[in-house]
Design a protein around this ligand. Structure first.
Ligand SMILES: NC(=O)c1ccc[n+]([C@@H]2O[C@H](COP(=O)([O-])OP(=O)(O)OC[C@H]3O[C@@H](n4cnc5c(N)ncnc54)[C@H](OP(=O)(O)O)[C@@H]3O)[C@@H](O)[C@H]2O)c1
Length: 242
C-alpha cells in the first residue's frame, strides 16, 4: 500500500527507515515478549461515533485497508464487548492479502450474544476474557481474569494471551478498551487515524485518567503518514520518553 510520509512536526524523531513504515515495528517485534498496538479511527474533533451511535464510516477506504493490514500482521485482534455488540464485526482479514488472526473479546460478565459474528467457527481461534464463570460457546477458549473495581488489568490480559502463544496483539477498539490499555501503560504503539470530518458531538475516541497540567499529558514521539483517500495516520511510540 502506498503511504506518503510527512515531515515530523512535533517531535524530533529518528530518521531510521522504521519511522517511515508504520508496519515495521510489528514486523520487527521482539520474539521474547508481547508487542501491543492499538488503532483508533476518529474525526478531526476526536469522535468515533455520532450522538446516535453511527460510526460506519468515519474513515476512508485507505484507513480501512490499513486496519486489515494490521490484522494480517498480528496473532490476535482484541475488542471490548461494547464494540462486539454495537458493530457485530467479523474481525477477519478481507481487504488485503493475509491470514486472519485469533479473535479476542473482553467480555468480563458474559454478555456477548453467542451468535455474534466474531464467535463463528471459521477455523480461527476465538477467546473470551471473562471475570465470571459463564459457559463459552463450543470451540471458544475462556481466559478467566478476576476484575478489581469492575476493571480487568490490561497487562494481565496481554500476559494471558502471550502464555497462549499470541505475541503480537492488536487492540482494535472501542473507546473504553483502548483507554484502559493506555491508562495501564500496556501499549507499545498507538495508531490514530484522523479523517477530515467534523462531527461535533458523540462518542469521544479516548477518555483517560485526568491530568491537571499539560506537562503531565502524554506526548509520544509520533510519525505522521498521509493515507490514500485523505486520512492522516499518527503512529505514536507509546514507550518512548516524552
Ligand atoms: N473508530 C474506531 O476505530 C472504532 C473501533 C472499534 C469500535 N469503535 C466504536 O466504539 C464504540 C464502542 O466503544 P465502547 O467504549 O462503548 O466499548 P468497547 O471499548 O468496545 O467495550 C467496552 C466494554 O468492554 C468491557 N471491557 C473492555 N475492557 C475492559 C477492561 N479493561 N476491564 C473491564 N471491562 C472491560 C466492558 O464490558 P462491560 O460493559 O460488560 O463491563 C466495557 O464496558 C462503538 O460505537 C464502535 O463502533 C470505533
Amino acid at each position: 500500500m502506498a503511504f506518503r510520509s510527512l515531515p515530523q512536526t512535533r517531535q524530533a524523531g529518528s530518521t531510521d527507515s522504521a519511522s517511515n513504515d508504520p508496519y515495521a515495528p510489528l514486523q520487527n517485534a521482539p520474539s521474547d515478549r508481547p508487542f501491543v498496538i492499538a488503532q483508533l479511527g476518529q474525526s478531526l474533533d476526536g469522535r468515533i461515533a455520532t450522538s446516535t451511535g453511527e460510526s460506519q464510516w468515519i474513515n476512508c477506504d485507505g484507513a480501512l485497508d490499513h486496519v486489515h493490514r494490521l490484522r494480517a500482521l498480528v496473532d490476535a485482534v482484541v475488542v471490548g464487548v461494547g464494540t462486539a455488540v454495537a458493530d457485530n464485526p467479523l474481525l477477519n482479514v478481507r481487504r488485503v492479502e493475509g491470514r486472519s488472526p485469533a479473535r479476542v473479546v473482553i467480555d468480563p460478565w458474559g454478555r456477548l450474544p453467542p451468535d455474534s459474528h466474531c464467535l463463528r467457527d471459521d477455523g480461527v481461534r476465538r477467546l473470551l476474557v471473562r471475570s465470571v464463570d459463564v459457559d463459552v460457546p463450543a470451540g471458544c477458549e475462556a481466559i478467566k481474569i478476576n476484575a478489581r473495581d469492575r476493571k480487568v488489568s490490561p497487562k494481565e490480559i496481554v500476559a494471558s494471551l502471550f502464555e497462549r502463544g499470541l505475541r503480537r496483539i492488536l487492540i482494535e477498539g472501542g473507546s473504553r478498551t483502548i483507554s484502559e490499555f493506555i491508562d495501564a501503560d500496556a501499549l507499545d504503539r498507538l495508531h490514530v487515524l484522523v479523517a477530515p470530518i467534523i462531527i461535533g458531538s458523540g462518542k469521544a475516541g479516548l477518555s483517560l485518567n485526568p491530568v491537571g497540567k499539560l506537562s503531565e499529558a502524554r506526548r509520544p514521539r509520533t510519525h505522521v503518514h498521509m493515507l490514500p483517500g485523505g486520512d492522516v495516520l499518527f503512529d505514536c511510540e507509546m514507550r518512548s520518553p516524552s
